[in-house]
Ligand binder design. Sequence first.
Ligand code: ZN
Length: 331
Amino acid sequence: MASLVLAACDGGSNGMTPGDTDGGGGSGDADAAPGGGDPFDPAALEADVQLLASDEMKGRAPGWPGDLATRMYIEERFAGFGLDAVDGSFQQPFVDSIDRETANVVGVLPGSDPAVADQIIVVGAHHDHLGVKNDRIYNGANDNASGVSVVLAAAQAVTQRAEAPRRTIVFATFGSEELGLEGSRYYARNPPAGLPIEDVVYMINLDMVGTYFNDDQVYAFGSFEGTPARAALEELLVSHPDITVELGASAVEVEGRGDSDYDSFCRKGIPYLYFFTEDDECYHRPCDDAGRLDYLHLAEVAELTAGSLLALADSDQDLIAARAEFGCGED
Ligand SMILES: [Zn+2]
């Protein structure tokens, strides 16, 4: 699908405006075993990053053909995993503050336990990036094709399981994050039908998870002492001795308020778990390309994400009480 959409458009660098078409090349095989295979295979994650951060996507600027191709690719993967669309569409359209028409992509896995199926865990990552500037393509492999690849891997892993999770899981990718978290802000203020924001008990966020080598660690922001996410991670890390996870840090204190989409949910009183790796060399630079990422550790981040997600979705803990105790607050 992605390559078909791209073949019809060639967005951005030659002064064309969004939606113009000029016939171009596309790459990436979106049809290979959507639900099958090892979701944590580093090569599978790399294939997604290579496609989303390919020059053809022209840096995934909202409203441009590469943005549409990106969203169609994610939608196709969600559909392939058997996730539900909301009101017949995986796209949650919105217009950002500079009048670009774009959308969030949302897929739902309903919970199986009537006692807690109305409670929702959101796992998300932004799919947009900076587009083309001064004829340079900002491919945004780490920021944030890496995070999207983890959301896809987690969706594949969870839907491959025989039993459905107890709580409902929403898999989401957000648009216009680079402009100011506009897609996740839109989602938090206009939740899709049947998915009230009041019922979201946890948000797992992925942003820039491909440069473990920067500090030889990955942050698990929000995994404070006593939180359900902390307990889940500590249990998982027993079987992940080769990765260093910085536990208990606050994203607000380390990165400043509003640096990523968890904040839109945080402001609604929802506790978060946010995986992040620093990138001193190529943050928001044209050198943020797929070839330089650390896919072995990215795959481990994907395993930790899927494991934390399932631990929360199936948890016997009172996550409504945890929300009241650990939510950030104030919108
Ligand atoms: Zn980002």
